[in-house]
Design a protein around this ligand. Structure first.
Ligand code: GDP
Length: 321
């Protein structure tokens, strides 16, 4: 090949590679594909190294128990995990760490963590105690779905707090999604219904519904959420009911969320504030106790700080030394 031809061929190859890179860069990432960068304060790996000492003895297992409980792994899970690690008969710190990783992975195995958004529009109801991060999570989820090329409508169905509607409206403007609001004190189910109707008229893909989370009037709240669920779902039902849980609230979170579990069929958990002082083990105990998969985790206040929950990366980050 002559030199000019060779230059042209090399030039074409460079252009093709650059094109591919650019295409990959611009292809919207599906929310299911995002690699999580979960941080945690648990430091289980370092704690394990401390309790390992000279090798396994009764003190080691007791230390392991204390460290798992301190990391919010929960009593039942801690017992199962320790039994599994003991049965593996680790002889070195590395073997113990590997056995512990295996046990924690097993606790998180066999769960469908994908979001199933099949309706047109798909309807997602977001529930949880006030202050856990519902509104922020809705904004983050809207951003992710829109990055994937889906159009989103937001519904401010917490008509009890005027600030809730205002906050969602601000987020809607920020991410570029229309927000359907109602009168303060109006019927939240009517807002959800209007949002679904508006989404259908626009041909929008997904409706994300914010809801109230005041716990002091448990019965009213349950009736309100059940009605939103019924009305927004119409004949084909709601696609996902996501329960938002603040990971920093520790083990008492379970008593707080029972009202939501009773009111609506929760299909996925979102653990927020895992970037803060949360002890990562809460993810495992909450999932086991509620028997609902953790689908997403919040790792910051920014609109991009929502990632799909990936057990392997999570356990690795928990066990960092
Ligand atoms: P809501 O009352 O359940 O709707 O909760 P908000 O969405 O208003 O959130 C309450 C507070 O938690 C706000 O200050 C948010 O910025 C903050 N927040 C929400 N998610 C996260 C998260 O993943 N990490 C951190 N650090 N803060 C969060």
């Amino acid at each position: 090949m002559e030199l000019p031809e060779l230059t042209v061929v090399i030039g074409l190859i460079v252009l093709a590679v650059a094109g591919l890179v650019a295409l990959r860069w611009r292809t919207p990432t599906r929310i299911d594909d995002i690699e999580p960068a979960v941080t945690s304060q648990a430091g289980l790996g370092a704690a394990l190294r401390r309790v390992w000492g000279q090798g396994p003895d009764e003190g080691t297992w007791q230390g392991l128990e204390e460290m798992l409980l301190a990391a919010d792994v929960g009593v039942g899970t801690t017992e199962r995990v320790i039994e599994g690690v003991r049965e593996a008969r680790p002889e070195s710190f590395d073997e113990a760490r590997e056995a512990l990783a295996g046990q924690l992975m097993a606790e998180l195995a066999d769960r469908d963590r994908r979001l199933h958004l099949r309706g047109s529009p798909a309807v997602v109801l977001v529930v949880g105690v006030n202050g856990t991060g519902k509104t922020t999570t809705i904004a983050k989820l809207a951003r992710h779905l829109m990055d994937e090329g889906r159009s989103v409508v937001l519904a401010a169905a917490d008509t009890f707090r005027a600030a809730a509607g205002e906050q969602l409206t601000v987020w809607g403007e920020r991410v570029g999604a229309p927000v359907v609001t109602g009168q303060q004190g109006g019927d939240p189910a009517a807002v959800a219904h209007d949002a679904v109707t508006s989404a259908r008229a626009k041909g929008a893909d997904v409706v994300l519904i914010d809801s109230a989370g005041r716990l002091h009037s448990k019965k009213d709240l349950m009736a309100e959420l059940a009605k939103i669920h019924r009305v927004a779902g119409g004949d084909r039902g709601v696609d996902e009911v996501l329960l938002v849980i603040d990971a920093t609230s520790g083990q008492n979170v379970l008593s707080q969320v029972s009202v939501f579990m009773e009111a609506v069929p929760v299909s996925g958990l979102v653990l927020t504030k895992l970037d803060g002082t949360a002890r990562g083990g809460i993810v495992i105990s909450v999932e086991r106790e509620l028997d609902v998969p953790v689908k997403l985790v919040g790792v910051g206040e920014g609109v991009d700080d929502l990632v799909p929950f990936a057990p392997r990366s999570f356990v690795e980050s928990l066990l960092e030394v």
